[in-house]
Design a protein around this ligand. Structure first.
Ligand SMILES: Nc1ncnc2c1ncn2[C@@H]1O[C@H](COP(=O)(O)OP(=O)(O)OP(=O)(O)O)[C@@H](O)[C@H]1O
Ligand SMILES: [Mg+2]
Length: 343
């Protein structure tokens, strides 16, 4: 759906050059929810604004649905943009227009006949759950309701792609979840590709299929969200994952171990469970098979998009030979095992 190749963007500001995007290449597939996460100033908004040419790239190519967007003339670009919806952190609604007329606005621009447009607005308000607020003005709405209007407006011209620039950053956690659920529903119902940028790993965890981590103008890691959560490869990804799931073991635990005799070995391990294996009693089965003891240090179970995801930090004690076999058994069952301490 989106194919970005070697994209760079340099801003010129008061005699200085700012390299906001440095050789970014990225593919977003049709129908997926793709997240881009990065700290403030990393280049996220620049990237999303290049995709609909609100910013002109300095170098590189961007194909949206097979069309090279950087080569379009003004007229072609206007048409292409109608198929790219966008939602914003500050909603960007027209304050003098009602909810109904805000959603009507893009249909007026594309000159859709009034009866058809009215029907379309009604459908969209129903989709976002705002039918009863049609006659209200933005100032009379809560943040979550305003963002619903923003989403309905973005969908008015039946886009193939929805771009979201921090659409939930101004909302409280509960409202954020409701808006994210709406985006997930829209993605499924309309088979709409969504590209969203955020600095919040919770947003990635709730809705995204894949994620790219952007750091200092460059993409440093791309992958399935589950993969990045269970095995982040770069320090930046690691810190984003840690902000959501506590994976760091207190140092005292790394250096101390339970008292045990001479022919017993101990390992401190982190076990990650994904999907179906999160529901199986694999640990108790390991204990019985290999006659090991397990001391549970820390554990939690969570959900990444629709997949259960568990994390356990265990101290496993047993005969040195069997201990290794026991861990291999867990690996063989599809669990991710990371040895944090050998003793
Ligand atoms: N119009 C502009 N002129 C000059 N520099 C700019 C312009 N817009 C952005 N920048 C710079 O480009 C870099 C990337 O900015 P960008 O807005 O893409 O970051 P971001 O990841 O969206 O950050 P945030 O999370 O704070 O929104 C920053 O160093 C910023 O100062
Ligand atoms: Mg931004």
């Amino acid at each position: 759906m989106i194919e970005i190749k070697n994209l760079s963007k340099i801003y010129f500001a008061s005699g200085h050059e700012v390299l906001a995007l440095d050789d970014v290449s990225l593919t977003v597939k049709k129908g997926e929810i793709f997240g881009i996460i990065g700290l403030s100033g990393a280049g996220k908004s620049t990237l999303i604004r290049c995709i609909n040419m609100l910013e002109k790239p300095t170098q590189g190519s961007i194909a949206v649905d097979g069309r090279e967007i950087t080569l379009l003339d003004q007229q072609e670009l206007r048409l292409a943009r109608q198929k790219i919806g966008m939602i914003f952190q500050q909603f960007n609604l027209l304050s003098s227009r009602t909810v109904f007329d805000n959603v009507m606005f893009p249909l007026e621009i594309t000159r859709v006949q009034r009866p058809e447009a009215t029907k379309r607005v009604q459908e969209l308000l129903e989709l976002v759950g705002l039918t009863d607020k049609a006659g209200m003005y933005p100032a009379q709405l809560s943040g979550g309701q305003k963002q619903r209007v923003g989403i309905a407006r973005a969908l008015a011209n039946d886009p193939k792609l929805l771009l979201s620039d921090e659409a939930t950053s101004a909302l409280d956690p509960q409202t954020t979840r409701a808006i994210l659920k709406l985006l997930k529903d829209i993605n499924r119902q309309l088979n709409l590709t969504i590209l969203l940028i955020t600095h919040d790993m919770n947003v990635i965890k709730e809705v995204c299929d894949r994620v790219a981590v952007i750091d200092n103008s460059r993409i440093v890691e791309v992958g399935d969200v589950l993969e990045i959560f269970s095995n982040p490869q770069t320090p930046t990804s690691h810190s984003f994952v840690n902000a959501v799931i506590s994976r760091d073991v207190p140092v005292e635990l790394l250096h101390s171990s339970t008292e045990h005799g001479g022919d017993t070995a101990s390992k401190l391990v982190r076990v990650s469970f994904i999907g179906a294996s999160a529901g199986k009693p694999l640990i108790s089965s390991m204990i019985r098979r290999y006659n090991v003891d397990v001391n549970i240090i820390y554990g939690n179970i969570d959900r990444i998009k629709d997949t259960p995801y568990g994390n356990l930090t265990l101290e496993v004690l047993g005969h040195p030979g069997l201990l290794q076999e026991a861990l291999d058994y867990l690996r063989g069952q599809g669990l991710e095992i990371e040895v944090l301490r050998n003793a």
